[in-house]
Design a protein around this ligand. Structure first.
Ligand SMILES: Cc1cc2nc3c(=O)[nH]c(=O)nc-3n(C[C@H](O)[C@H](O)[C@H](O)COP(=O)(O)OP(=O)(O)OC[C@H]3O[C@@H](n4cnc5c(N)ncnc54)[C@H](O)[C@@H]3O)c2cc1C
Ligand SMILES: NC(=O)c1ccc[n+]([C@@H]2O[C@H](COP(=O)([O-])OP(=O)(O)OC[C@H]3O[C@@H](n4cnc5c(N)ncnc54)[C@H](O)[C@@H]3O)[C@@H](O)[C@H]2O)c1
Length: 497
């Protein structure tokens, strides 16, 4: 017990953010209590990253089986999907992740007290926990990190409340494969799950009010993904306002009425998935009782994840900041470093990465081309197609493209966008480079093994030199050394070597 408080550090919520906050706090020597109302692991383990990536893997295997048949097996249909087996594998996989990383015993081993129940603040230094087994427990704390996460945010579409629909909370529990899955939202969830169900054999239609997929990503790269998905048979209804949703007369299935380009049309399917963004879990947490400021977007925090109270921090989806597991983890680390060690640690807003795990993957670090243009930043974009990456050629995965945004002379990387196989791994190369101050020129000078996708990341960086072969400089070289070769024309930004 510290001073007059029951615990040094109270962590509310045990998803990606809460688990990191509790583990880090205990490792720094704080007497730590972790309160969770459901299963440890949160959205990522149970209804987010892990099940969605497992489903994508099953779908990729089937797509590969189909590709094998098409290429070498004389055509025909890949074997029909045993949906129960696919979902069984999904459930087993997330249990494996839970057992390996989220089980309370792991955290208890670090010295964390894990309490199962729903907590709410009753004052600035106090929570009341409605215990899972019944009864309540009042706890006082010196420091707290709120990690209560978020949930799906279905839009106010007329008829939606009266129509059965899926969100990420229910999608991974379905027992029958949809014949025709209609998805509202062409963001990360819509694209990933759209491709997964299509590859497993469902018909899929994705509707979005925006005229392109993955609104936060590079639009050229999102268009490459759209082309691939359309080739695979995913139907898109983009730039469409959803007017209303209903169950057809006689029951069963769903009809989504949209207006697209001034024309009304109806999309009919048997299941509806709503994937239109997230909202923070701020209700029922007692934020008012503690005097913690929040808005509809989430709990208000500064760059160090501190709330308006000096001794309370918040991290992850409950802040409405990013909605990414690795950012929940990063924010939690920064929060606890500030709270427990009193060492100033801010969110690294320049090096944020994300990846959508479709095939091809779509990945980003730092600023996009559009963001740099909007900010009036002076920069150069080096571009490189996957069709020149030998590993992509050997794997018939040429649909991909790399863009590195950097300052012209020093080659300081400001951002990078990659679409293609292993884009999530490639983006990490640029992410580490940005963090360590490694320039695009230094990447070009680094030895990468042949034939890796990573070598594509380097060959994109080679463009730094290629774009600097100015005729004047070459003329000077020729003059100094007495060479008689041709002088190349001015650098062509589209020249790829
Ligand atoms: C389908 C899908 C796929 C995704 N895929 C990816 C991906 O590939 N990569 C990626 O980076 N991100 C992905 N995400 C996002 C990622 O899952 C979330 O950003 C991340 O899980 C958020 O972690 P968190 O700890 O902030 O919140 P959560 O995981 O929501 O955890 C919050 C926890 O707090 C508990 N809680 C809430 N209120 C209380 C209370 N009052 N008392 C006690 N406990 C409470 C909840 O039960 C929950 O366990 C995906 C999301 C979805 C929906
Ligand atoms: N691979 C990953 O990292 C990954 C995967 C899945 C989810 N996530 C996280 O989860 C978050 C939520 O995912 P998401 O796909 O639900 O949200 P999203 O913000 O990625 O996309 C939501 C989409 O819904 C559309 N939309 C919103 N309201 C609409 C309406 N009324 N009618 C038609 N379209 C509408 C938006 O235009 C947008 O394209 C993501 O932002 C991401 O942070 C990450």
């Amino acid at each position: 017990m510290s001073d007059s408080y029951d615990v040094d550090l109270l962590v509310l919520g045990a998803g990606a953010a809460g688990l990191t906050a509790a583990g880090t706090g205990a490792n720094f020597g704080a007497q730590t209590m972790l309160v969770e109302r459901a299963r440890l692991g949160g959205d990522c383990t149970w209804i987010g990253c892990v099940p969605s990536k497992t489903l994508l893997h099953a779908a990729d295997l089937r797509a590969n089986a189909q590709a094998y048949l098409d290429r070498f097996g004389g055509g025909g249909e890949a074997p029909a999907v045993d949906f129960a087996a696919v979902m069984g594998d999904l459930h087993a996989t997330r249990q494996e992740v839970y057992d390996d990383a989220d089980d309370p015993a792991i955290y208890e081993g670090f010295g964390v007290e894990v309490v199962k129940g729903e907590g709410r603040f009753t004052g600035p230094h106090a929570v009341r926990i409605d215990l899972e087994g019944g009864g309540t427990r009042d706890v006082t704390f010196r420091l707290a990190v709120i990690c209560t996460g978020g949930r799906a945010a279905p839009p106010p579409i007329p008829g939606l409340d009266e129509t059965p629909y899926l969100t990420n909370e229910t999608l991974f529990e379905i027992t029958e494969q949809p014949e025709h899955l209609v998805i509202i939202g062409a963001g990360s969830i819509g694209c990933e799950m759209g491709q997964a169900f299509r590859r497993l054999g469902s018909r899929v239609t994705v509707i979005d009010r925006s005229d392109h997929l993955l609104g936060k990503d590079d639009p050229d790269h999102a268009a490459i993904l759209q082309g691939v998905l359309e080739d695979e048979g995913v139907e898109f209804v983009l730039g469409a306002d959803v007017d209303r949703v209903e169950t057809p007369t006689g029951g069963g299935g769903v009809v989504v009425h949209v207006t697209q380009g001034g024309e009304s049309r109806a999309v009919e399917g048997d299941r509806l998935l709503v994937a239109t963004g997230r909202q923070p879990n701020v209700e029922g947490v007692g934020l008012e009782a503690a005097g913690i400021s929040y808005t509809k977007k989430g709990i208000t925090v500064d760059d160090r994840c501190r709330t308006n109270l000096d001794h309370v921090w918040a991290a992850g989806d409950c802040t409405g900041e990013y909605a990414l597991t690795h950012m929940s983890d990063h924010m939690a680390k920064q929060a606890v470093t500030n709270a427990v060690l009193k060492v100033p640690a801010a969110i690294d807003r320049d090096g944020i990465t994300w990846t959508t795990f479709t095939s091809p993957e779509v990945a980003q670090v730092g600023k996009t081309e559009a963001e740099l243009e909007e900010a009036g930043t002076s920069f150069v974009t080096y571009r490189f197609p996957y069709s020149k990456v030998d590993r992509a050629v050997t794997e018939h995965a040429e649909q991909g493209h790399i863009k590195i945004h950097a300052t012209k002379w020093l080659g300081t990387i400001l951002g990078a966008s990659v679409v293609g196989a292993r884009a999530g791994e490639l983006i990490s190369i640029y992410g580490v480079s940005m963090k360590a101050g490694v320039s695009v020129r230094e990447i070009a000078d680094t030895i990468f093994p042949y034939p890796t996708y990573g070598l594509g990341a380097r060959r994109a960086a080679d463009q730094y030199y290629i774009q600097k072969q100015y005729p004047l400089a070459i003329k000077a070289v020729k003059k100094v050394f007495g060479y008689s070769g041709a002088t190349p024309p001015a650098p062509d930004p589209d020249r790829v070597v």
